[in-house]
Ligand binder design. Structure first.
Ligand code: NAP
Length: 275
């Protein structure tokens, strides 16, 4: 009897994850015999869990907080983009028993912007990024790769932004958090990568009055979908793209590798995940 291919998202906590809804929607939609579940795994149990997954029919996994960095030490092979970012969110259990670690967050971010704002040109001018956490790392790598001429970066804890500049180079200019609004007068791409504005978190309070109407603005917070940051940008005449699509698109490469079908991200996908 051949086992159906299985995949899972590993994290702690994990009950909030939308990944099972996303992947099960795609499995149903394409009539694929497969399974995708959520596994709550503590840091102590991560290595052991990964070791036993292939023999249980797992062909891969997504990893989320707090395991994105730790899995890099447990993988046998690491893609260039995961190496650059220093973290992985997608694992492939290969037939030869090796674990390949990849990071698709930057891909998801770019695919979402390109789908939500087809006219967006990364080379049009500087990008302004609020925040210098894990997601910002992936986004900086993706934007630099897309040819953004300059990245203006502001973070509450300035040394974290300075560390990203030291790592990713001269194209980054660090701006003090208290002056973060000044980035907006030049920026053609504006991104909130902080958790500000997320349900249960503090509000995003940086003034946005200097936003240019020709800027494309995105917030990677997707709960709520229409964050006050995005609503203010829309009111200023900017093109806005919500953060849900980043989550959906980052799942595409993993699903394709595990289940053999490149899935669509469209209105049907969004509705399935939000239902
Ligand atoms: P992280 O590594 O913990 O970084 C959090 C960032 O938010 C840091 O820059 C932090 O600044 C900033 N921040 C937190 N509280 C703040 C406050 N009160 N004032 C100013 N800045 C504050 O988290 P992450 O993994 O990068 O994720 C960030 C957000 O993006 C989360 O809401 C997450 O859910 C979301 N996200 C969405 C997607 C998607 O697919 N759409 C993917 C990844 C993440 P300090 O350095 O000063 O602490």
């Amino acid at each position: 009897m051949t086992q159906i291919p299985r995949a899972a998202v590993l994290g702690n906590p994990i009950s909030h994850s939308l990944s099972p809804k996303l992947h099960n929607h795609w499995l149903d939609r394409y009539g694929i015999q497969g399974e995708y579940t959520a596994l709550q795994v503590t840091e102590d149990a991560l290595a052991e869990t990964l070791h036993h997954m292939p023999e249980q029919g797992f062909v891969g996994a997504n990893v989320t907080i707090p395991h994105k960095v730790a899995v890099m030490r447990l993988a046998d092979q690491i893609t260039d983009r995961a190496t650059l970012i220093g973290a992985a969110n997608t694992l492939i259990f290969k037939n030869d028993g090796k674990i390949l670690a990849d990071n698709t967050d930057g891909y998801g971010f770019m695919a979402n912007l390109r789908q939500g704002a087809p006219e967006w040109d990364p080379k049009a001018g500087p990008a302004a990024i609020f925040g210098a956490g894990g997601a910002a790392r992936a986004i900086i790598v993706a934007l630099a790769d897309a040819g953004v001429p300059e990245i203006l970066l502001a973070n509450r804890t300035r040394p974290k932004a300075e560390a990203l500049k030291a790592e990713f180079g001269a194209r980054i200019q660090v701006i003090d958090w208290v002056q973060a609004n000044l980035m907006l007068s030049e920026a053609r791409t504006v991104i909130n990568t902080t958790s500000l504005g997320m349900k249960g978190a503090q509000e995003f309070r940086v003034p946005l009055d200097l936003l240019r109407p020709d800027a494309v603005v995105t917030d990677i917070v997707y709960n709520p979908l229409h964050t006050p940051f995005l609503l203010a940008a829309k009111a200023a005449g900017c093109t806005t793209v919500d953060g849900l699509g980043m989550l959906l698109h980052q799942g595409v490469p993993g699903f394709e590798r595990w289940f053999g079908k490149r899935p669509e991200v469209d209105e049907l996908t969004r509705r399935a995940v939000l239902s």
